[in-house]
Design a protein around this ligand. Structure first.
Ligand SMILES: [Zn+2]
Ligand SMILES: [Zn+2]
Length: 760
């Protein structure tokens, strides 16, 4: 007999809440390893005692047979003294302080669990809180690390003997499944009308009749507030015009598209043209909303996504969702965030009636507490790869590997679509989508999220990064903090740094940042920016020519104001001058001429607004980006280039006035708006390529990063990427974080790190 060896194996990566310890236990049994495994704040620690060759086989199996959701980022093995253990155990977790921990994101229901709750003979038949180590709630229920049941909101539910036996059986799929539950012992549902909920305390039960009644209510066109995984949804039958219209009216959501939950992939395929990459995104464990081209002639209400050629569709991701479709007459439900306009998503039962009673007829509640609110994520595919729009449920707080060491930094993000970011080790932890920081409720959500993430990841920031805009609530928050130095980061520099970090590149690049609004170092509003930058600094090589925009925020809601700015006193016979009252036009023109409440802007978003209004597509908006979205939707295939000019000055200016004149001339000649829109998109893409070519001459750089909210326009993105590649540029776009302001905090964080001298 050989002398036993003992190894301490430390594993970092996605190893908690994914069935990793049971997996270790099983392979330890197979190779007769003694010792233990436990979750630590850093990941998982294993001590393995056996002869050298068995330990070798054990390690090989550890790497080769990983559970589907697990991922090993780092594995260290050290020889230690044998202790003479006689068996292998899963030990209670040890709380380690000040070290790195991984909190897993929530995972969509797995096929095995689905089989359980749809099989009449199974003890979990029709039970909406079924889960296992491969699926179920994680981030939304975790109170602290390490991830163990007593540190989740499931601590209120004592497991019944049957569940406890599963939990303790290393061979069971529910071995150490922390939210393990069944109809006997776990959370239950309650269904009340708005009037009932006002006066009565909900009584929760696992009676399947509750689900049957919820399905009947949905089928007859009622609007339900449904408590889900990360918060409430407002749901109704997507084919019911009256219900969808009523929901739209109640939410005061005039034009913005509602997300749809489809029964299954086949139902989703009847609504949208699904490509193989879209299919992967739809059916993957993260279960985001996927934006896809909608089909004509479906029975979905026109009120779901008016003026949109695309539809946001997701598949059921909790047992409750699956069960809402079981034997139901509808195939698709509107599932929009349960909130009043602009406020964060509601997540607590006690807030449901006060906040949502004006929106919902009935409330389907459950009594598993949501510790952390998380909205649905939104993604699309571009050139066969994932292109994020909103990174939230299923993604957060999965750390983004930066492949470089970073200090502990907090980045506060921007104002719209805010996220915050903490960096530590070589990771960036980006929060879920917090929302538009325009009210106290959202600011409270920001603070709450920061507290959670600091605790989960044991982070103590040594620097705090913020946007340069003095009025953003995120900036003001940063300025209130004491104890860590602040660093202001220019908005578009942050966009490009975010794209660089997303792509895992460093050094100097050409950055093209196109968006609606970002505070510039000259006090103007920037948004059509051509930079040369690295993580530490940027130089503005060029920008869209400034135009005078009258009226600040109202200019964002009234694209016709942008049109006036771009028309430069011309008054051609276009719909704008018939459809917007002459008095208002004269008033705004006077503001521009006398420079009253006028700001100079190089915003690309406002240029899209201007063209949308000039073509009579949209003069006033009800949600951010509406005019540009409808302009893109109108564009036909192909297109020609309108004239424009890059001035010789430094920084150069992109002067598109000739293009605007040509657009007006085409319109007056009767060229259809869709063709003009196509031409405009081609022109903008050519403008991007020409500007990059100009910078390549002066700076000898060939790597281009494309970022900013305007690049959510896939037509522009596609033509820009193709044009740049054709001219020999290496092009980087976003794949892990959104190009819009939701990705801003990541850029701020890596810039702050470069400035304190950690990242190079
Ligand atoms: Zn499962
Ligand atoms: Zn049970």
């Amino acid at each position: 007999m050989t002398t036993p060896a003992r190894k301490r194996i430390e594993v970092a990566g996605v190893v908690q809440g994914v069935g990793f310890r049971p997996f270790v236990y099983r392979i330890a049994q197979r190779f007769e390893i003694r010792g233990y495994v436990l979750n630590s704040s850093e990941g998982v620690v294993i001590e393995a005692e056996a002869d050298e060759s068995s330990i070798g086989q054990f390690l090989a199996a550890l790497a080769a047979e990983l559970p589907p959701l697990a991922r090993i980022d780092e594995l260290t093995v050290a020889a230690i003294e044998p202790t003479g253990d006689d068996h292998f155990a899963i030990r209670q977790s040890a709380a380690l302080h000040g070290q790195f921990a991984l909190v897993p994101p929530d995972v969509g229901t797995c096929e095995d669990c689905r089989a359980d709750f749809t099989h009449p003979a199974n003890r979990r038949y029709a039970y909406p809180f079924t889960n296992c180590t491969n699926c179920g709630p994680r981030y939304t229920i975790i109170r602290d690390v390490p991830y163990d049941r007593p540190k989740t909101t499931m601590d209120e539910f004592a497991m019944c003997p049957a569940c406890q036996a599963e939990y303790e059986d290393p061979a069971n799929r529910r071995f150490h499944a922390e939210p393990n539950a069944c109809p006997e012992c776990g959370p239950g549902l309650a269904l009340l009308s708005a009037a009932e909920l006002e006066h009565a305390q909900p009584q929760f039960s696992s009676d399947p009749g509750i689900l049957e009644r919820a399905r009947q209510l949905l089928a007859r066109g009622e609007i339900l507030a449904i408590k889900g995984l990360g918060g409430f949804h407002l749901a109704c039958d997507a084919a019911n015009d009256r219900a969808v219209g009523l929901l739209r009216e109640r939410k005061r959501r005039n034009g913005k598209a509602f997300a749809i939950m489809a029964r299954d992939l086949a139902a989703a395929g009847r609504l949208c043209a699904i490509t193989p990459p879209d299919c992967e995104l739809l059916t993957g464990p993260r279960r985001p909303i996927v934006l896809m081209p909608r089909r004509e002639g479906t029975d979905i209400s026109q009120n779901v996504a008016p003026g949109n050629t695309r539809l946001g569709v997701m598949l059921p991701y909790t047992p409750l969702h699956h069960l809402l479709f079981e034997n139901a007459p509808y195939d698709a439900l509107v599932m929009t965030s349960g909130n009043l306009s602009e406020e964060p998503i509601v997540s607590r039962n006690e807030d449901a009636w006060p906040r949502l009673h004006s929106l919902a007829d009935y409330f389907l509640l459950h009594n598993r507490k949501i510790q952390t609110r998380v909205d649905d994520s939104v993604v699309e595919s571009f050139n066969g790869r994932e292109y994020p729009v909103r990174r939230s449920r299923g993604f957060a707080p999965d750390p983004i590997d930066l492949s470089m060491p970073v200090a502990e930094v907090l980045a506060c993000g921007g104002e719209l679509k805010n996220t915050l970011c903490l960096t530590k080790d070589h990771y960036a932890i980006l929060s879920q989508h917090i929302g538009d920081l325009e009210n106290l409720e959202t600011m409270e959500f920001f603070r709450e999220t920061l507290d959670h993430l600091k605790r989960f990841f044991r982070a103590t920031p040594v620097a705090i990064a913020h946007d340069l805009h003095p009025h953003y609530l995120s900036t003001r928050f940063a300025l209130e903090q004491t104890g860590a130095p602040l660093t202001g980061v220019q908005h578009h520099h942050a966009h490009i740094a975010s794209c660089m970090a997303d792509s895992g590149i460093s050094g100097r690049v050409i950055g093209v940042a196109l968006d609606g609004t970002g505070y510039g170092t000259d006090g103007n509003i920037w948004g059509g920016e051509f930079l040369v930058c690295d993580f530490a600094q940027f130089e503005r090589r060029g920008h869209l020519r400034y135009v005078p925009l009258a009226g600040g925020d109202s200019a964002v809601r009234q694209p016709w104001r942008s049109a006036l700015a771009w028309l430069d006193h011309a008054r051609p016979k276009i719909p704008l001058f018939d459809q917007v009252p002459a008095k208002q036009i004269d008033f705004v023109q006077k503001m521009i001429d006398r420079r009253i409440q006028v700001i100079d802007t190089s915003s690309c978003g406002r240029l899209f607004d201007a063209v949308s209004s000039i073509l009579g597509i949209r003069h006033e908006t009800t949600y951010e980006g509406q005019a540009a979205i409808e302009l893109e939707a109108a564009a036909t295939e192909g297109g020609q280039i309108y004239p424009f000019e890059l001035t010789a000055a430094a920084p150069f200016q992109v002067d598109l006035r000739a293009a605007i004149r040509a657009i007006v001339a085409d319109y007056l000649r009767g060229v259809p708006a869709g063709r003009i829109s196509a031409n405009f998109h081609c022109t903008m893409a050519r403008m991007v390529v020409d500007a990059c070519a100009r910078i390549r001459e002066s700076d000898a750089l060939h790597r281009v990063c494309l970022s900013g909210g305007t690049f959510q326009n896939l037509r522009l993105l596609g033509e820009s990427v193709a044009g740049l590649r054709q001219r020999g540029f290496e092009v980087f776009i976003h794949h892990r974080v959104p190009p819009n302001d939701g990705g801003l905090s990541l850029g701020q964080a890596v810039i702050a790190n470069a400035r304190i001298g950690v990242a190079k």
